[in-house]
Design a protein around this ligand. Structure first.
Ligand code: SF4
Ligand code: SF4
Length: 343
């Protein structure tokens, strides 16, 4: 079942509101909070800037993120947490976008803050695993972390065979003093699987080795030659409905694919230092983007060649177009027929 099928009670009305329907008047503050609570399943909250790697399928490879660090201001982290606590947010929070979270020495303290405000949220992050050690994992576990996904990225322009993957996987598990392996992690396991998961110190550790050179996306068009297939996208996308993406400087983008650094600001939705999360989530910019992503039609801008998978079936297109036709957006002025007006 995909996201749009799971949007339960009042789903169609809410979807129309999230695509800018103003036929019942402008949204009240409480309506915005209800929409956020019901529809956002993942918050991407990037707490720091730098990454120590420069994978050839990642825009960090040509960004100053390789060699300069900065951190989300602590008052902004607190602001996000307070706002989310107003709706008792209890879904996922992912503490990375294009950074390596373990380069942040204060990460455990920041997770403590998030956990204090949001006791039921599921807190996790992706990491390249280079700095993951047992004492650090213990601190993170004590702070309230639930999950780390470690990706065994290959070095730039180096092919990583199964023997190297096996060696790296076992090295990480050894550093974490995880001793329950037997012979299961032999070469045939590496060949037949692309991940291994276990619990250490109560934290779920998922270690994965996908082939991002083959299956990677073009990150909002910043990686023109790095996409599984370069075709015009027509399929829908649920991400700006179900995700809310905040970068290190408080900048909000429509999804995690929209790369942002000191140079790129592809689809600026706004900044959490000026507006609350709920106003940003129901902003005109995101409403219009969601409207263009709801049906099967040619996509534009950062979405035009994006290969992020969507599970919608083309058989749903007719009913989606009917729903789009019902949207009345009185915030967009009627087109003026200049000929009639000035004749
Ligand atoms: S893919 Fe991850 S580890 Fe590699 S450069 Fe990008 S952010 Fe860093
Ligand atoms: S189509 Fe791609 S770029 Fe566009 S919103 Fe979805 S994930 Fe982001």
């Amino acid at each position: 079942m995909h996201y749009f099928q799971m949007v339960g009670f009042n789903g169609k009305k809410n979807l129309k509101l999230l695509m800018g329907d103003t036929s019942t008047g402008n949204l009240k503050e409480i309506d915005k909070r209800v929409l956020f609570k019901r529809h956002v399943e993942v918050i991407n909250l990037e707490l720091s800037y730098e990454c120590n790697r420069k994978c050839d399928y990642c825009p960090v490879s040509f960004s100053d993120r390789q060699n300069s660090q900065s951190y989300m201001k602590e008052n902004l982290i607190e602001k996000v947490c307070k706002e989310l606590s107003e709706i008792r947010y209890d879904n996922k929070i992912s503490l990375n976008l294009y950074n390596e979270p373990l380069l942040d020495k204060k990460l455990a303290d920041k997770i403590c803050t998030i956990r204090k405000y949001l006791p039921a949220a599921h807190i996790g992050f992706n990491s390249n695993g280079d700095f993951l050690r047992l004492p650090l994992l213990k601190d993170l576990s004590n702070s309230g972390l639930n999950h780390i996904c470690v990706t065994l990225h290959p070095l730039p322009n180096v092919n990583q065979d199964n023997t190297i993957i096996q060696r790296r996987l076992l090295k990480i598990l050894k550093r974490l003093e995880y001793n329950f392996i037997d012979d299961e992690l032999d070469i045939s396991f590496i060949e037949l699987n692309n991940s291994f998961s276990c619990y250490v110190e109560g934290v779920r550790i998922l270690i994965q080795w996908p082939d991002w050179r083959k299956d990677g996306t073009n990150r909002g068009g910043t990686l023109e030659n790095n996409s599984a297939e370069v075709n015009k996208r027509v399929s829908p996308c649920a991400r700006p409905f179900r995700e809310f993406t905040i970068f290190y400087d408080g900048n909000v983008q429509p999804c995690c694919e929209s790369f942002h650094d000191n140079k790129f600001n592809l689809e600026n939705v706004g900044n959490i230092s000026d507006q609350n999360l709920f106003d940003l989530y129901t902003s005109k910019k995101l409403n219009q983007m969601r409207r263009s992503l709801y049906d099967f039609s040619e996509k534009t801008g950062i979405c035009s060649e994006c290969t992020v998978r969507d599970f919608s079936s083309y058989s749903e297109d007719k009913s989606r177009k009917e729903l789009l036709a019902e949207i009345k957006d009185f915030s967009i002025p009627e087109k003026i027929d200049c000929q009639t007006k000035f004749d």
